[in-house]
Each structure stands twice: as structure tokens, then as C-alpha cells.
Ligand binder design. Structure first.
Ligand SMILES: [Zn+2]
Length: 397
């Protein structure tokens, strides 16, 4: 201990005795970085000493409220820097890898101190190496962000698969930064599957590069996105599984000319009866027999193949069943009220159309389904009950 103090003093003396005016520009640059590295190693040793002193309780009975309080008073430093030092010591004690990285000059003391919260509260089986590896050579700011991501990942280990999916999904976003030089950067954050769909869609729309096309891949994707948005604005985007054709739901009486009730597309547009009758001459027809909203029969050819069921659902639900939602059928997904795995049937009584958002809401942890497709209530985890009555009934109400 005495030898260490002696050597420390001599090191400080030696550094102080360097004749700075003899140093060139390059030497000065090297020196300031080098000294910081040495100070960091001293800081680490100091911090570990402080943590040990805390465990030993050197501050107890002195009137100080804590180790940091005691240290700040004794050394005339701020409470903030004293508690930072203690935090660094605790971090190094909790993770020999952090101590080694600082000792080897691979991580600054300031960076190591930001890992305190994550490392001292990590579960026993947490992969500390991955965090240490990730923050080597980064500053405190980046390290703090990495540590909080890492911490989130580790606390996630206690979650069920369902909860983890839900937590990830809640982070989806589209965020635009303020314009710079007339350009706006928009960051799209999506679950992997949806991200694939997104990129597939815009690259399909963009098409393959032709001879002499000098655009970068990024530029072509941007063009695909612009074209897709243009098409949407013009009403040319066809959603759902009926992409290549137009699906029309048409009352038999109207088809026969007894009434003029308009036909309805999967997008929810009304098509005048006369136009629908004309289209029907060249269309594939499928009979959907129903009483009120209940589908009785899908016609002879229908073998409850999923496309047939989809048509029946479009005819019955017209769009997302969630109260007040106006997403048309073409943009909806089929929801099985009871999942297959839980013994749910695939008949129409146990299937409804929901838009992507409400489909996700319905599948969130703790959500309960009450009733069937004809009389459907959804109870959210917070107790709110959503009446998902058929649209006709909603309109009447
Ligand atoms: Zn919806």
C-alpha cells in the first residue's frame, strides 16, 4: 500500500515535470490521450476502493448519509462525482470484464460508469460479455443507450412469448425528422415480417432495373414507395387476397333486376346495380345464401376453401368488425375467434374480419372473446368491452 502511494506520487510528479514547451504538436496530442488512459486506470482503482470502503461502512456513524455523501465532504468534490465514482466501483466489482476493459484502456471510466444500472440489476444468467463488447470504444452517451437496450432484453427473459411479441409490436413507428435542405428522413420501424412485406411491396412496385438504369437500389425503392403512394391517392391500390380480380357482393334480387340495390366491392365502394349486372356477364359467380347476416350456404362449388370463406366474410362483415373502425374488407385479415391451437373451428361462426391494427389488439395478452361471430364482444385487458356487432347493426344503431 505504501509502495503504491509512493509510486503514484512519483508518477504524478513525473508527469508534472514534463517540459511542455519541448513537446511538438504530435507529441502533445499523444500525451493528452495517454494521460487520460492513465487517469482512467487510477480512477478505476480508486472507484473499486470506494466501493470496498462503502461495503466496510467507513461512513457509518460519521453523520454522513451515504458513502457518496461522506466522500464528497471529505474530498471537496460534488455529490454527483462521488456517487459516479461509487457507481463505477460497483460496476467493476459486479463485472470483472468491465474492470478488465477499463484496465486495458479499451473502455473509458466514464463509459463504464454508465453501465452501472444495467449490470448491477442484471439477472444471474445475463450475457454481460455481449454488452461489454458492444460498448468498447464508444462514449458514455452511446453506452447508456446500449445498456438500456441490453437491460430491456434481459428483463424480457421473464416474459412469455406472447408478451414479448406484444412489447416489440408496440414499438412499431413511422417517424419523420424535420426537413434538411428540402429533404425529410423518415424512419420506419416494423416487426421483421411486416418489414419484409414493406420492402417486398415497394420493390415489386419499383420493378427490376432496366438496361442503362443508373439509380441505386435505395433510389429505386424510394421510387417504388412514391408510386405506391400515388396509386393509393388515385384509388388504384387493391388490397386483400382478391388482388387480381374485383370481388362484388350483389343481392340476388338486384342481380335479377327486381331491385336496384347497388353491389359492393371488397374496398367498400358501391357499384350501381346496372353496372354490376353488366360486369356479371363476364364474372365468376358464387352464390352466398344468407338469412339476415347469417351465411347459410356458399353454393355448390364452395367447399369451405379459404377463398370461399373469405368471400362469405366479406359479404357478411363488409370490413373490420371493431366498433367504429372503417377499414374496408379488402384491407382486413381473417380472425379466428378461438385460435386453431385452442381447438377453434374454421367455420364462419368463429371467424370475423379485422383490420391489421384491431387484429393485433384482439390478440394482445389478456384479451377475451365473448360470444361468436354474430354476437361478438371483445373484453380488453383493462376491462373495457368493445361491441363488435355486425356493421349493419352498427349502422342501424
Ligand atoms: Zn379495425
Amino acid at each position: 500500500m505504501d509502495l503504491a502511494f509512493d509510486l503514484g506520487d512519483r508518477a504524478a510528479d513525473a508527469l508534472g515535470a514534463v517540459e511542455l514547451h519541448t513537446l511538438g504538436r504530435q507529441q502533445l496530442a499523444t500525451a493528452v490521450v495517454r494521460v487520460q488512459g492513465i487517469i482512467d486506470r487510477f480512477t478505476l482503482a480508486h472507484a473499486q476502493m470506494v466501493a470496498e470502503a462503502d461495503r466496510t461502512g467507513v461512513w457509518q456513524g460519521t453523520g454522513a448519509r451515504s458513502m457518496a455523501d461522506w466522500l464528497a465532504g471529505k474530498t471537496n468534490t460534488s455529490y454527483g462525482s462521488a456517487s459516479g465514482l461509487l457507481a463505477l466501483g460497483e460496476t467493476a466489482d459486479a463485472s470483472p470484464e468491465v474492470a478488465a476493459a477499463v484496465g486495458a484502456g479499451e473502455m473509458s471510466a466514464a463509459t463504464a460508469a454508465t453501465l452501472h444500472d444495467a449490470i448491477t440489476t442484471a439477472p444471474a444468467d445475463a450475457d454481460v460479455s455481449s454488452l461489454v463488447k458492444a460498448v468498447k470504444g464508444t462514449g458514455p452517451r452511446e453506452a447508456r443507450a446500449a445498456a438500456s437496450r441490453w437491460k430491456e432484453l434481459n428483463s424480457a427473459k421473464q416474459e412469455t412469448e406472447e408478451e414479448r411479441e406484444d412489447r416489440r409490436y408496440q414499438r412499431r413507428s413511422v417517424r419523420s425528422a424535420p426537413p434538411v435542405d428540402g429533404m425529410v428522413s423518415t424512419t420506419v420501424t416494423l416487426p421483421v415480417l411486416q418489414s419484409r412485406q414493406f420492402i417486398n411491396a415497394i420493390s415489386q412496385v419499383a420493378g427490376k432495373p432496366t438496361e442503362g438504369d443508373e439509380r441505386t437500389t435505395e433510389q429505386r425503392l424510394a421510387d417504388g414507395l412514391i408510386m405506391l403512394c400515388d396509386a393509393y391517392a388515385k384509388g388504384e391500390v387493391k388490397g386483400g387476397r382478391e388482388r387480381p380480380t374485383v370481388l362484388l357482393v350483389f343481392e340476388a334480387e338486384s342481380y335479377a333486376g327486381h331491385t336496384d340495390t347497388p353491389a359492393r366491392t371488397a374496398n367498400g365502394d358501391n357499384i350501381p346495380a346496372s353496372v354490376a349486372r353488366h360486369l356479371a356477364e363476364n364474372a365468376v359467380l358464387q352464390r352466398v345464401l344468407r338469412v339476415g347476416s347469417k351465411i347459410l350456404d356458399l353454393g355448390r362449388e364452395a367447399r369451405l376453401a379459404s377463398d370461399d370463406q373469405y368471400r362469405a366474410l366479406v359479404a357478411r362483415d363488409g370490413g373490420c368488425r371493431w366498433l367504429g373502425c372503417h377499414i374496408p374488407a379488402a384491407w382486413c385479415e381473417i380472425d379466428h375467434l378461438q385460435p386453431y391451437a385452442a381447438g377453434g373451428a374454421t367455420d364462419l361462426d368463429s371467424m370475423v374480419l379485422l383490420c391489421s391494427h384491431h387484429h393485433h389488439e384482439k390478440h394482445r395478452p389478456g384479451v377475451q372473446v365473448i360470444g361468436n361471430a354474430h354476437s361478438l364482444l371483445i373484453r380488453l385487458a383493462n376491462g373495457t368491452v368493445i361491441d363488435c356487432a355486425l356493421r349493419r347493426a352498427q349502422a342501424a344503431a
